[in-house]
Write a protein of this length. Structure first.
Length: 318
């Protein structure tokens, strides 16, 4: 029997559904009634894989309902879908056409189904995202303060004070959520036992990189976006560049690595070795990011806390 690949384009109020190599498509409302009709249709089709785009949260309830009924579901970054569409010459964009592209992507790429985060994990992730937004607003307001006219400075200072209070409240809320979960607390404690790693990277890993601890080195580097990719063609040998992966994880790791290469004895020695060998500063930092994530992956896998001597035995992670 041929495999049946389904693509679903999810919007705020609607869902467009198509099957690969089929001229049929179905439209449902994105509500309780529509979800019931969708799952009934999927039971008749018995799909091998259902793929949805990540659409700012509209896909969550759809994917969760399908997974709860036992269907294999993969939620894919929309950038990958659009790049796939361009690669096969599809430039037009409608809801029905998007669903067909997603179904074709499902059949061609066959992404691995992955369980959705739990409700508590989604809540933790939402609070963490709000923290990032507050930090960004704080940075913007502090930059404005230096160049602002004296007449508006009091208002900017007041807003900065309010944002700092909200940031403090958010940090406390995040900390309390982690403390209330034995599993999260254990993982967070393991992660933060590494010199140079703080709660920001720990919570980022809990929410955006939950696979860490169950990966190999190549998977760790690729998913976090710190794997160097070749840029060669013929006799041309281009510079290796990091690309893709989870930008949020890469950003948080980058910030922690800057602290770690100063205060973590293993990473400091590794960084200094790379610099003395003539590696550019950014190349050395990215190599340290990979090594840090490799160490964290091994620690979470073995449920062990930081020990300088033990982690010399992890081996090359670069």
């Amino acid at each position: 029997m041929d495999k049946n690949f389904i693509g679903i384009d999810v919007a705020k109020d609607s869902m467009e559904v198509t099957a690969y190599n089929s001229k049929e498509h179905w439209a449902y409302a994105n509500d309780e009634s529509g979800l019931a009709k969708l799952t009934a249709r999927m039971k008749r089709l018995s799909p091998s894989l259902i793929v949805l785009e990540a659409t700012g949260g509209y896909e969550v309830s759809v994917a969760a309902e399908l997974q709860s009924k036992g269907f294999p579901v993969a939620v894919v970054n929309p950038r990958l879908i659009r790049e796939f569409a361009r690669s096969v010459g599809i430039l037009a964009k409608t809801d029905v056409l998007d669903a067909k592209v997603i179904a074709r992507y499902a059949a061609t790429v066959q992404p691995t189904p992955r369980a959705l985060p739990t409700e508590e994990t989604r809540r933790l992730g939402a609070i963490m995202m709000r923290r990032r937004q507050i930090v960004a607003m704080l940075t913007a307001e502090k930059n404005r303060l230096h160049q602002a006219d004296p007449s508006v400075k009091p208002g900017i200072k007041e807003h900065i004070s309010w944002l700092e209070k909200k940031l403090d409240d958010t940090n406390k809320e995040l900390g309390q959520m982690v403390e209330n979960s034995p599993e999260w607390k254990e993982k967070s404690d393991i992660i933060q036992s590494v010199p140079g790693v703080g709660p920001n990277l720990a919570v980022t890993i809990l929410t955006d990189f939950p696979e860490l601890g169950a990966l190999n080195r190549k998977q760790t580097a690729a998913l976090s976006g710190v794997a160097p990719f070749n840029r060669d063609s013929g006799t041309l040998r281009g510079r290796r560049m990091i690309w893709g992966g989870r930008n949020i994880v890469r950003t948080a790791t980058y910030m922690s690595t800057f602290v770690a290469i100063r205060f973590n004895p293993l990473l400091k020695a590794f960084f200094e070795h790379l610099i003395s060998a003539g590696k550019p500063f950014k190349v050395a930092v990215v190599a340290c990011m990979r090594k840090l994530l490799c160490i964290l992956n091994a620690m979470l896998k073995n449920r062990t806390y930081w020990n300088y001597i033990d982690h010399q035995l992890i081996g090359p992670c670069h």
